[in-house]
Design a protein around this ligand. Structure first.
Ligand code: NAD
Length: 417
């Protein structure tokens, strides 16, 4: 397939050369005459292991071409935008390079009989990309079929990252355009995810934020370890050996705040240990703040929805336990009661008569009226309620869906519906 790659930087050069190796006829354009000159001469304008040889081979084989920006690339079926999106002072990215390219493509697309498939490989947030697209004249915008295709390569291992990715990520709402772009990558043998535009763009941001989070986390743990006389590297090496919980998809499912008798207590204790050792640990400290914020904002949203009588399904911190200590659902229920809402709580795992020890103490402190709020059945909880809050799956999913269908206001905290 003939494709045009716009932007001959780290991403553009690797994308272009690797697509050429996959058998495509690739044309690169850039406003930087030096980069185009280098590529046209068979040299990579960016330093990347293996790229010089790959570029030389592809240019010599007639599969990779470089031409100045503005050149019409006859017969190109897909345009891949790889221009820079540098940081602005505000923290957002400068979308002007992407805007200029899309505006140029939109102008040219108006004259075509078929829509133009434009792949956005640059990293850009969905709201920013939508701003750019909304700024294009409506008629020429309509001629573009935008497909997000975020790039995950790491400099220095970029070719291997391109050729052996964990997945290829595509985002857009035009099935034909998605299929067309997917066919570019068929030769890689990697799974291809076709998502909506915003979801695809956010997988990229989530990935990089998570990598950054892991590094900052390891560094803060190392600070405590070092100050406490432990071996920081050993702590993290053994930590990473746990592939069941620590390095795994566990706890990566979005839902409500965390809680229970261990996580909040242990994070607090680690932060306190850091403080005693002179380490302020801003990241670890922020975990508890973030968790509290999740509870506060949810309570505020339920109160603002105007409901008065709430059927509240689930109270202990997860299914199958009656442990109420630091249950985020109990803390949420307490806030709602504090705001004057009437709650009928149903949790088959919890019985007021069986509350003992620390559990009883916790309830007495945070939700002393619990016994009067507990309903004996699901039906008793929902009877007369004008709002439904689902904290956990207190019965089978089908019954829960049936119950939820009776309500205008439903808050599904753990995506159980
Ligand atoms: P870069 O600055 O190396 O390259 C961008 C190129 O685009 C430059 O050569 C520039 O001259 C060219 N350009 C700018 N405006 C142009 C226009 N109107 N027409 C033609 N060419 C134009 O940037 P990069 O590092 O390759 O990154 C590109 C995008 O990919 C960014 O959004 C970046 O965040 C993302 N990304 C980068 C990496 C990486 O490791 N570098 C990895 C993944 C994603």
């Amino acid at each position: 397939m003939r494709v045009a790659v716009i932007g001959a930087g780290y991403v553009g050069c690797v994308t272009a050369a690797c697509l050429a190796r996959l058998g495509h006829d690739v044309w690169v354009v850039d406003t930087d005459a030096f980069k185009i000159g280098e590529l046209a001469a068979g040299r990579s304008p960016v330093l990347e292991p293996g790229l010089d040889d790959l570029v030389a081979g592809m240019v010599a084989g007639g599969r990779l071409h470089a031409v100045p920006a503005g050149t019409l690339i006859d017969g190109a079926e897909i345009f891949i935008v790889c221009v820079s999106t540098p940081s602005l002072k505000s923290g957002g990215v400068d979308s002007r390079p992407v805007q200029r390219v899309l505006a140029g493509l939109a102008r040219g697309a108006g004259a075509r009989t078929a829509p133009l498939v434009v792949v956005v490989r640059s990293t850009i947030a969905p709201n920013r990309l939508h701003q750019v697209l909304d700024g294009l004249p409506a008629d020429s915008r309509a001629a573009l079929r935008i497909v997000a295709n975020p790039e995950f390569l790491r400099e220095t291992t970029a070719i291997a990252d391109f050729e052996r990715p964990p997945f290829v990520l595509l985002g857009g709402d035009d099935a034909q355009a998605l299929d067309r772009v997917a066919s570019l990558y068929q030769g890689l043998g990697a799974p291809i995810h076709k998502l909506d535009l915003a979801t695809a763009l956010l997988v990229k941001y989530a990935s990089n934020a998570y990598h950054a989070l892991k590094i900052a986390f390891a560094n803060e743990v190392a600070l405590v370890a070092g100050a406490a006389g432990a071996d920081p590297r050993k702590v993290m090496t053994v930590f990473a050996e746990d592939r069941i919980l620590n390095v795994s998809p566990a706890y990566l499912r979005p839902g409500f705040a965390f809680g229970g008798s261990c996580l909040p207590k242990d994070v607090r204790a680690l932060v306190a240990a850091g403080k005693e050792l002179g380490e302020p640990l801003p990241l670890l400290r922020s975990i508890l703040e973030s968790n509290r914020d999740r509870i506060d904002r949810t309570a505020a949203a339920i109160v603002a929805s105007g409901v008065r009588r709430v059927a509240f399904l689930g109270l202990s911190f997860k299914r199958g336990t009656d442990d109420l200590r630091e249950s985020p659902y109990l803390l949420l229920a307490a806030q709602l009661v504090g705001h004057g809402l009437q709650l009928r709580i149903f949790d088959p795992d919890v019985s007021a008569a069986r509350l003992l020890g620390g559990n009883r103490q916790y309830v007495e402190e945070y939700l002393p009226d619990l016994a009067g709020l507990l309903a004996s059945s699901l039906e008793a909880a929902v009877q007369g309620a004008d709002g439904l809050v689902i904290c956990k799956r207190v019965t089978d999913q089908e019954s829960l869906r049936g119950v939820a269908a009776r309500f205008e206001h439903v808050v599904d905290l753990e995506y159980v519906l």
